[in-house]
Design a protein around this ligand. Structure first.
Ligand code: CA
Length: 651
């Protein structure tokens, strides 16, 4: 259903309104052109979840945010599509959405801009189509007015944009800041706004998640800037990013389709946890050169750090992977000097005899950071990159982890895309670290595996605080960061301490069952788990058995319950048809859950992993005794999840 009133010049003081409705009519966008400004608002049922918010942009040739009038509006059409993703949180995806394009004319009545809407029952997606204007066929976009005005009293759960050329060796921004929890509107992070995806709680009525997708070399990646009060606007990268190289302002050839901006809306976080909008509106950019095989990996660096990057310990981790039945080993920084290219060739050959494949780490560095770790200078320039990739392919290496990129500029986005495209030519999968958020990449680039873009497991090694809030952070990732893209977190530690001898180093606060729960809750199709060879002696056998069999590719996802920062209950279904339900608790009080498991089966035997608290120290940290029981479950199951503990049910 849509309404469009066309007004002549004589009545131009009145404003036209266009409504785009989701197929079930529950989610609606209203677009207006009052006083020459294009605006929109979003309603869920009767509730306004985004108030009148600005649209439009400014290019190097014209201001396309003023003097606008709604012109021709296309007929609303319902689009239906099904597609498959083997590498993401959901495998069989069906789309049903209303699509409608609203043209905007300038004060001379010329078509200069259009807004294309794609509205399904839980998501609003829109993008600009910038037409030829001011006799130009190419322009820079110097500013976007695009904004999101949250209703009064909304609160936010967002990560501040990191300062440009800050952090370790000038490698930021890299989406590795901590969350603000239930924070009032009006703040602007650390001065430069907040990264995508951004989450807002709108009173007691709704949740809203903002994101963008369909972004490669076509534009810069953007973030949100608080523009005063309740309004957040699209902001471009800081000019200092990428060593100051490349513009902050994206260049476009006209006519141009800009990236999709998405607004996910729900009464609970179910809409966010289960959304596929980031893939629904994008297209595969090139076909996969082969049938990429996903799997689990061991990774020495997270527990043993730089010192472990030597031939013998990497061989030990290959044996460890083989003993676990894992598919891969990730060899992290410094292998070029400590193992050498010839040593890697021998390790790859050895790994092959054990049915294990290798991923190798690279420093992305060209000219934009001071990170000294090698190998560097191999990935940023096409000639060097293709030479390196030819060696990787010849050596039988399966993929790369490329680190320290730290920029959202269009030039950087171009590099991400070029690396992915080249890697596919050489049959290589790619994981990015110290990087931007993937924006639709699981579908766009078939050899893309995952990205960090989260305050990930390395921080457990660096600081105790991060361990102290491990459970709190874990309750939000699956419904926010990981909900929009594969997340290379590198977790599920079973060591008590982050060190080789498992005696010294930072202390893990969470239970062993919690480690298993995050193996389910945190999703990416090649999981670099933080297990260590000593875990066969010092971790419970039931935990190691679980980690041996846990899948990394999923058919489906189901949100059950939660509150960001407090607790989370979610389920994933493996591609082999097995359900894994995982619950974690970050609150002081034990969480008593009565789970309706009728979606698993009417009744039957299930494996239930749960925690008992053995003792609590004077600071409130628990010591746990975990275990697994075969239980006959009839529809409902009651479990108690202690602070920093978990429950996992497998059927
Ligand atoms: Ca990192």
């Amino acid at each position: 259903m849509f309404f469009a009133w066309a007004f002549g010049l004589a009545v131009s003081s009145l404003n036209a309104q266009t409504v785009v409705s989701s197929p079930n009519g529950e989610l609606k966008v209203e677009m207006n052109d009052k006083d020459g400004k294009a605006t929109y608002r979003v309603l869920l049922g009767q509730d306004v979840v985004l108030e009148e918010s600005p649209l439009g942009l400014v290019t190097s040739a014209a201001n396309l945010s003023e003097g606008l009038k709604i012109g021709k509006v296309s007929d609303a059409k319902t689009v239906k599509e099904s597609y498959e993703l083997r590498n993401a949180k959901k495998q069989h995806i069906s789309v049903e959405a209303t699509e409608q394009t609203v043209n905007l004319t300038d004060k001379n009545g010329r078509d200069v801009l259009a807004v294309e809407w794609h509205v399904d029952n839980q998501n609003v997606a829109f993008r600009y189509i910038v037409k030829e204007h001011a006799r130009r066929l190419s322009v820079l976009v110097t500013k976007e007015e695009t904004g999101y005005r949250l209703p009064e009293g909304s609160t936010s759960f967002n990560c501040p944009q990191m300062g440009s050329q800050s952090g370790f060796a000038r490698t930021a921004p890299s989406y590795e800041s901590s969350y603000e929890w239930d924070a009032p509107l009006g703040k602007n992070g650390w001065g430069e706004g907040y990264v995508f995806p951004a989450l807002f709680k709108v009173g007691t009525k709704a949740w809203v998640m903002l994101n963008e997708t369909g972004l490669g070399a076509n534009y810069c990646a953007s973030h949100l800037q608080n523009a005063g009060g309740n309004l957040y606007q699209i902001a471009f990268p800081n000019p200092k990013e990428f060593g100051g190289v490349g513009t902050s302002e994206p260049g476009i050839a006209l006519p141009a389709e800009l990236p999709w901006r998405t607004i996910t809306v729900g009464r609970t976080m179910k809409a966010m946890a289960e959304t596929t909008i980031q893939w629904d509106v994008v297209k595969e950019q090139y076909p996969a050169s082969q049938n990429y095989q996903y799997g689990r990996a061991t990774w020495s660096w997270i527990i043993r750090m730089d010192a472990s990057c030597n031939y013998d310990e990497q061989k030990e981790y290959i044996d460890f992977a083989a003993r676990l039945g894992y598919e891969y080993v990730l060899i992290d920084a410094l292998w070029d000097t400590n193992i050498g290219y010839e040593g890697i060739e021998r390790l790859a050959q050895y790994a092959r005899t054990k049915n294990v494949g290798l991923f190798l780490w690279y420093n992305s560095n060209g000219y934009w950071n001071d990170a000294p770790q090698g190998p560097k200078g191999k990935m940023h320039r096409l000639i060097d990159r293709q030479k390196e990739m030819a060696w990787l392919q010849k050596t039988g290496i399966k993929g790369m982890k490329i680190d320290f990129i730290g920029s959202d500029k269009q030039q950087t986005m171009q590099m991400y895309e070029d690396i992915l495209y080249d890697a596919n030519q050489y049959g290589l999968m790619v994981i990015f670290h110290g990087c931007t958020l993937p924006r639709g990449w699981e579908r766009m680039y078939p050899n893309f595996v995952g990205a960090e873009a989260v305050r990930a497991s390395e921080n457990f090694s660096f600081g105790q605080d991060e361990n102290d809030r491990e459970a709190q952070s874990a309750t939000i990732h699956p419904v926010l960061r990981n909900a929009v893209g594969n997340m290379d977190f590198g977790g599920s530690t079973l060591n008590k301490h982050y060190s080789k001898d498992n005696q010294r180093g930072r202390t893990r606060r969470t239970s062993d069952v919690f480690a298993l729960a995050t193996a389910v809750l945190f999703q990416t199709p090649v999981q670099n788990f933080a297990l260590a060879p000593n875990n066969f002696e010092d971790a419970p056998a039931w935990a190691m058995d679980f980690m041996k069999s846990v899948p990394v590719t999923w058919e489906d996802v189901r949100y059950i319950d939660g509150y960001p920062g407090k607790y989370l209950v979610m389920a994933r279904k493996s591609q082999a048809g097995k359900w894994y339900v995982a619950a974690i608790n970050a609150q002081k009080e034990p969480l008593k859950l009565k789970l309706d498991l009728s979606f698993l089966c009417k009744d039957g035997m299930m494996q239930v992993y749960s925690d008992k608290v053995i003792s609590t120290d004077d600071k409130g940290w628990n010591t746990f005794e975990g275990g697994v029981k075969e239980m006959k479950v009839k529809k409902n199951l009651t479990v108690v999840v202690p602070k920093d503990g978990a429950a996992v049910i497998v059927k």
